[in-house]
Design a binder for this molecule. Sequence first.
Ligand SMILES: C[S@@+](CC[C@H](N)C(=O)[O-])C[C@H]1O[C@@H](n2cnc3c(N)ncnc32)[C@H](O)[C@@H]1O
Length: 282
Amino acid sequence: MNNRDVRVQNQRSWDAVVPAHVSHHHDVPGFLRNGGSSLFPEELTLLGEIRGVQLVHLMCNAGLDTLSLANQGARVTGVDISQNAVAQARTWAVESGITATFVQSDVYDWLATTDQQFDRVYCSYGAICWLNDLTGWAHGVARVIAPHGRFVLVEFHPTSNMFDRDWHLVRDYPQSGRQLTLHGIDDYVADSGGGLTPSGYSEGISGFVNTEPCHLFQWSVGEVVTALAQAGLVIERLEEYCFSNGERPFNDMVEHAGRRMVAPAHVAKFPLLYGVAATKKG
Ligand SMILES: C[S@@+](CC[C@H](N)C(=O)[O-])C[C@H]1O[C@@H](n2cnc3c(N)ncnc32)[C@H](O)[C@@H]1O
C-alpha cells in the first residue's frame, strides 16, 4: 500500500468512528453558545494571545477545539481528512452561531496548495501519529505560517506508548516513523469516562466496533522537533508534562481539576504529553 492509500484507509477508519465519538457529547452547540471551551491551559499558554489572529487548526477532527479557539476571539480554519468529522464541525459551527471555516482535505494536499498564511498554526492530541512523512509535513507547516507567526503542537508523548494500560514497560521507544497497523480506531471518547466531553457525557452509541483498519507512524520527540527546525522554524519552547489532558491512556489514573489525568501514587511519573512552540522569522 503506498502512502496515499494508507492515508485514504485512515480516512475510512476515522469516518467510521466519528459518529460514535460524537454521540457521547452532550449539547455542544449550547455549551459553545454559553462561551464553553474544550481547551487546556497547556495549548492556551503556548498559543499566547489569539484574539483577532488568523489561526488554522490542522487535523481538527469534529472541530470542538477549533470552535473553542474561535470563542476566544481567533479567526479559525479547521482542516481534516474525515468527511464525517468536517460535516459535524460545520453543523456545530452553524448551530452554535460561531463563524469558522472547515476544509475536508488530506493535510499534505492542503499544506501544499493553500494560498493562505496564518498567524498561528495549531495541531494537537493525536495528530503526529498519522503523518507518514515528517519532513514534508514540517515544510508544509512552515510554508503556511505568516512571517513572525507561530506553530504550536500539544501531543501525546511517545514515551507513553512504551507502557501497557497497567503501566508495564512493554514496547520500544517510538522512532523512525515505524508503521503500526491496528484493527481500527476505537471509541476512546467512551473509554475516557467523560474526560473528552467537557459539555457533558451522553451514553450515545455503545459497543462500537471499528471494522476499518488504520495505519499509524511512530515518531520520537527529537524527530518531530528536528523536522520543524530543519524546515526553518525557530524552536522557542519544548515542554514535557507528566499528566494527560482529557484522555485516560492507563488504568487507575487520578482525575484532578480541569480534566487533568495523573498517574496513581505508586507509579513513577514520566511525560505523557509534550508541547512545542516554534516561530517563523520575518
Ligand atoms: C485524534 S484526532 C485529533 C483530535 C484533535 N486534536 C481535536 O481537536 O479533536 C486525529 C485527526 O486527524 C485526522 N487525520 C488523520 N490523517 C489525516 C490526514 N492525512 N490529513 C488530515 N487529517 C488527518 C483524522 O481524521 C482525525 O480527525
